[in-house]
Design a protein around this ligand. Sequence first.
Ligand SMILES: [Zn+2]
Ligand SMILES: [Zn+2]
Length: 343
Amino acid sequence: MKVIIKAREGMGNVELAQRPVPEINENEVLIKIRKAGICGTDFHIYKWDKWSQNRIKPPLIMGHEFAGEIVETGKAVKGLHIGQRVSAEGHITCQKCKLCRTGRGHICNDIEIIGVDRAGCFAEYIKMPAMNVWPLDDEIEDKYGAIMDPLGNAMHTVMAQPVSSRDVLITGGGSIGLFATAIAKRFGAARLVVSEPQPYKAQLAKKAGADEVINPLGDNPKEQILEAFHGRQPEVVLEMSGFPSAFQLGLEVIENGGDMAILGIPSEDLNIDMGKYVIFKGITLRGINGRRMFDTWYQCQNFLKGNSSFIDHVITHELPMEDINEGFRLMSESKAVKVVLDF
Ligand SMILES: [Zn+2]
Ligand SMILES: [Zn+2]
């Protein structure tokens, strides 16, 4: 089968290759990939940043967001069938630890992620444990099925605290920030402001439902934000960028007692005055990892049925899988947000 691999360490080195079709055990299914999303994580692996250098062991089949069709089921698999359209949770959990046994498998200590720790979905076929498979509702097209993973990251972050009737600031307008913008607005955020320096993404944030978009690299971003909230302070901050400066900005503007959920992974250690910004402000900081299994998936399914038009423009490109490097080029030049590959 045709696959896309990170062939070697170093910048780039993403190549097409041939691999045997995987063999499944009795608890797994074999899925023929139809569409797969390129994630920021794949882009980190492409760029070979510090995180990738510590985690990725090339050669590796990349990719973890997909929609496809079941072509084979293991002997012990029940409730799934050949020909069924599916996506899947890419975090494979141990099923044994305390966290897994108490409904918190998304923070299992013994997690394996497809396309990171084991073969991913940038391939004609992938094998998945049946328990990770998410059957796709008839109303949800393949291209939305292929982005349920990052949509789930956004959903998990928005749902981590109430947003309805509250002022919400989202720092970072990448694909997950834009998904979160659409979700928070649809879920009734009072006023929703996005901070994003790139004009292309800023304009997409408006389309997704932001009442205002400010440029954090412009003059006095703190003043800009307070003005955008008509002099109020945001009660909720969703940090989606991973930039220490965005995190700091969020802490400075958030209202005392506010809720801050952090999904963006900082590229370096943060130096924060915890006393001033967290303790005395009495705010709640929450780290968000992955998607709750499977609460978040049900929420995403319900959101997509009827609301997909609010995120449609975030999928800026659909390319044949052979053009993977073109996808990365568009992303590195900030000309694309979510790129979906056709297999
Ligand atoms: Zn992803
Ligand atoms: Zn576990």
